[in-house]
Design a protein around this ligand. Structure first.
Ligand code: GLN
Length: 447
């Protein structure tokens, strides 16, 4: 049924880059046979799930939305993908995204943009735009995405679905094609909070293959989300409701806050004073790390190798010149500049210091409140092409999401209303480190 839906809708929406039908049907048959025999099934047995193309999956290409990785087939599964398979999930295929997860609109994919199923003239958000659109258009029950500066939360908001940013270290990054290693996270999209919790339950946990994954036991997210909300203290930071916030988005988020008040939460005004520095800090750190991570795409080991090269140096240069898109090149240049001798202290080191201050500000706030709620993005989904000529305008739209990325804390985006044009608006619910359960509980009261 899902493959029939994909055949009907993918030509317009451009969500799936490749399908793994043979493997999927094999897995479905296996689950079916186990069910007939009365065996105990995995927690996601038979559930159709799609995977963002920055995560490796054996037997399928992993392009990361880039021409440089066209045709690259990794010989192993990302840990999150392996865990889904082991839980009985049926993996449908690989999903479109911005090139190397760099972007906020899915327009930076070398394979064309994804369209937002709610309004196909609009972007689905990014970089996990395809993963959000897949759930919104019911081309998968749930999907995996990745979030470095907002790439799960913002497309969830634009497409009207639930997206989860797990705490840094909660989900293994093994098999994730790296963008900015100190910020990258893997997390689920689903149609509701409970489904998202079910997927996180499966993919969370320590992994010997990722040294930054946490040894903390994984709590019972599903059980925790059922707990009632009474007396939770909810912080509303004034810096997230200032200039630049679309009035209709503000109204939708305020109605979400009202539902929390009615559910018995105590709503407290708080202040996160350094929020204004988050965009420059994020774009310094993310580009610096990206410039180092992307050095491995040199025409030797993976993907595209230029046919025009005459010697080793020109092979490196031409393979990268032909393989990377303009946004990726821009970031490699920015990152290389920020890391270069003479500038390192002024840019990268300073950014790391401010990052620490931003993180501590959140820690202090979580001493007073159990969760923080904000808009996810300043606007609803914008039109395709609207911001492609203005990278800075595109970067500034990440204002509400990059803070949690820098601080390493967790968050959930949950639909809280719509604009008068019917475009979905998502509320961002932030929790302290490893407090995903609290974020889920709050999000459930809003959906
Ligand atoms: N929009 C942000 C960027 O372009 C975030 C991307 C992401 O989270 N992967 O860097």
């Amino acid at each position: 049924q899902y493959y029939a839906r994909i055949a009907a809708h993918n030509p317009l929406l451009n969500v799936y880059l490749s399908l793994t039908k043979e493997q999927a049907l094999e897995q479905a048959a296996k689950v079916d046979a186990a069910a007939v025999k009365g065996e105990i099934l995995g927690p996601l047995a038979g559930i159709p799930i799609g995977v963002k193309d920055v995560l490796t999956m054996q037997g399928a290409p992993s392009t990361a939305g880039s021409a440089i990785l066209k045709g690259y087939e990794p010989p192993y599964d990302a840990t999150s993908v392996a865990k889904l398979k082991a839980a009985g999930a049926v993996l449908l295929g690989k999903i479109n995204c911005d090139e190397f997860a760099m972007g906020s609109s899915n327009e930076n994919s070398a394979y064309g943009p994804v369209r937002n199923p709610v309004d196909t003239e609009r972007v689905p958000g990014g970089s996990s735009g395809g993963s959000a659109a897949a759930v919104a258009a019911n081309l998968a029950v749930a999907t995996l995405g990745t979030d470095t500066g907002g790439s799960i939360r913002q497309p969830a908001s634009f497409c009207g679905v639930v997206g989860v940013l797990p705490t840094y270290g909660r989900v293994s990054r093994y098999g994730l094609i790296a963008f900015a290693s100190s910020l990258d996270r893997v997390g689920p999209f689903a149609g509701n909070v409970r489904d998202a919790a079910e997927v996180l339950q499966v993919i969370a946990g320590q992994d010997p293959k990722d040294a930054t994954s946490s040894a903390r036991p994984v709590p019972d997210y599903i059980g925790e989300t059922e707990k009632d909300l009474d007396k939770l203290r909810i912080g509303v930071p004034e810096e997230y409701f200032g200039e630049g916030l679309d009035p209709e988005v503000r109204a939708a988020v305020e109605s979400g806050i009202d539902s929390l008040r009615k559910a018995g939460c105590e709503i407290k005004k708080i202040s996160l004073k350094h929020t204004q520095y988050a965009i420059p800090v994020y774009y310094l750190i993310a580009t610096a790390e990206a410039s180092a991570n992307l050095a491995r795409f040199d025409g030797v080991r993976y993907g595209h190798r230029s046919a025009k090269a005459t010697n080793l140096a020109s092979m490196y240069r031409l393979s990268r010149e032909e393989g990377f898109g303009p946004e990726v090149k821009r970031r490699i240049l920015l990152g290389t500049y920020a890391l270069s001798a003479g500038y390192y202290d002024a840019y990268y080191k300073k950014a790391q210091q401010v990052r620490r201050i931003l993180a501590e500000e959140f820690l202090t706030a979580f001493g007073e409140v159990d969760a923080i709620v904000t808009p996810t993005a300043p606007t609803a989904a914008f039109k395709l092409g609207e911001k492609t000529d203005d990278p800075l305008a595109m970067y500034l739209a990440d204002i509400y999401t990059v803070t949690a990325s820098l601080a390493g804390i967790c968050g959930v985006t949950v639909p809280c209303g719509a604009t008068s044009a019917g475009l979905p608006v998502g509320m961002q619910v932030l929790g302290a480190h490893f407090q995903e359960s609290t974020a889920f509980r709050v999000a459930r009261a809003v959906e």
